[in-house]
Structures are given as C-alpha cells and as structure tokens.
Design a protein around this ligand. Structure first.
Ligand SMILES: [Fe+2]
Ligand SMILES: [Fe+2]
Length: 283
C-alpha cells in the first residue's frame, strides 16, 4: 500500500450498508408535504395548471424557485412574470417538477459545502445544455434543461447516507477519475445512483439516459444521444471554468468529439461566453 490516501480502503462494511439504503428508496430524505403533494399532482393525467399553481402558492419557497427560473436569462426575451401560474405556463410542468424535486433534494443536505457548489454546477450545466441545443437547432430544449439540472443528482445521495465516507472521498488524493473512486468506495458511481432516482421519479428515458451516460456520451442509446452529448459538453465546459466538480478534466481530446458530434465548433465561443456569463448570476 502506498502512502497516499484512498478513501475506499476501509469502506467495506459501509459500502454494503450504503447499497441497502439506496435500494430502499423509501429511505430517501424526507421531502416536504407540499412537494410530495405537488409531485403526485403532476403525475395525475387530469392535473390542471390552475390547481397545481394553487398548491405551489401555499409554499413561498417553491413559488420563489419557479418564479426565479421563469424570470432567468433562459426566458429573458419573454418579459417578467410575477404570478406562479404564468411562471408554470412559461417553464412547463415537467421542468417545474424537475426544479422542485431537485431543489428539495439539494436543500435537505445543502449545509454540506460540496452540495452547495454542486447546485451551482447543476444550474450552469442546465443552462449550458439548453444554449448548446439552441445553437445546434435541437428541438428538445426543455429536456436539455432538465437533463442538465439532474445529471449529477446521484452525487447528493453520498453525503445523505454516508457523510463521513463522502468527506473522506473528497480528500482522497487518488488520481483515478471520480466515478472510479465512487464505485470503489460506495459500490456505485453517481451516474448509476442518479439513474435509479430519475427512474423512481418517473422522468422519461431521455433524462435518465443523460444521467447514465453523461461521462460516456458515445455509449448512449441513439434516440437520446444528442441530448446526452449536449449535457456532456455543458458539463465539461462548466467544470473547466470553475462551475462545479471537475471529475472530467477539461482537455481538448475530451470535448472535441462532443463538439464534432454536435456540430457546434463554429459557435463554441458564443456558447462559452453565455455559459460563463450565466455563471456570474447563479445562487
Ligand atoms: Fe457527473
Ligand atoms: Fe457534472
């Protein structure tokens, strides 16, 4: 054994305990009753937007989140909205669901500094993925936003269920890629964990494909590959410029295939500028 620290070296028992917790999704952290009610109502085929906005208005925190996104630079050209119902119409119910679910999930562990920075990273990637989609003529812009927001959601589970081990992971000086170290310590990497969550929350396949393959877009199933490529590229751009965890070092060889697959080489400077400008405004 070398003198370097490897967080997984003593994690055998915890790894098994962690797997059992993850497999029992009912152990996921308590989400507020308003959020649960809202999530249930969104999955009801008879849901109507006025009823849903009425439920959101009961919770000032949820209302503020939806309004903030509806008034963000993504929708800047459409003017300012002040009512929850107008914000919902603008962002769409699926996006609202992702924002509320993700934010609630992050909030339950936001006292951890790594989780706070991961939230910023997720916002930056969601914005960047959508910008890349606009630049390349993609039509699935809402899916891009959602996929970006959720791509690293699996990482939040580690400090929830295994905070000490997660802190050791953060100090691990191994040069192995993050997903390799996660698998070694926790028995599964954040892409696998996030995929389980997205499936459990009934997001469509393109969303959990983006989560599953954002570190290896070339392996993504064909119908989802353009979305996965865009999320993968936004992820690398965001990490490279200090908006998040850089488990994938920013190297030309790493982003070039994604740029070529998407055909964005001529507009990459504009994308970079808008993502980096957005980063200055993320809370
Ligand atoms: Fe990731
Ligand atoms: Fe990421």
């Amino acid at each position: 054994m070398t003198s370097s620290r490897h967080a997984g070296d003593s994690g055998g028992f915890r790894k098994e305990e962690f797997r059992l917790k993850v497999e029992d999704l009912t152990l996921l952290p308590a989400i507020s009753p308003h959020v649960l009610e809202f999530m249930t109502s969104l999955d009801d085929p008879a849901a109507n937007i006025a009823g849903i906005s009425g439920r959101i208005e009961k919770d000032p925190g949820l209302s503020a989140r939806i309004l903030k996104v509806a008034n963000s630079p993504l929708y800047a050209s459409r003017g300012h909205v002040t009512r929850v119902i107008d914000a919902l119409v603008r962002v769409g119910l699926m996006t609202a669901k992702a924002i509320i679910m993700t934010a609630s999930f992050f909030d339950s562990i936001r006292d951890h500094p790594a989780v706070a920075s991961l939230w910023k990273h997720s916002m930056a990637v969601s914005f960047g993925a959508r910008k890349i989609g606009e630049a390349t003529g993609m039509t699935r812009l809402d899916e891009l936003y959602l996929a970006g927001l959720l791509h690293d959601i699996g990482k939040v589970v580690y400090p929830m269920f295994a905070r000490e081990s997660f802190d050791a992971y953060l100090e691990d000086d191994s040069t192995d890629p993050g997903p390799v170290r996660e698998s070694r310590l926790f028995g599964m990497d954040h892409a696998e964990l996030g995929t389980r969550l997205a499936e459990a929350w009934n997001f469509p396949p393109v969303i959990y494909h983006a989560i599953r393959y954002h570190h290896a877009p070339v392996d993504a199933p064909e119908p989802s590959r353009d979305v996965v490529n865009a999320v993968g590229l936004a992820d690398r751009i965001s990490s490279a410029y200090g908006m998040g965890h850089s488990e994938d070092p920013f190297v030309e060889g790493g982003i070039r295939p994604l740029i070529e697959n998407l055909g964005v080489s001529s507009s990459i400077d504009g994308i970079l500028a808008s993502v980096l400008g957005y980063g200055d405004n993320i809370e």
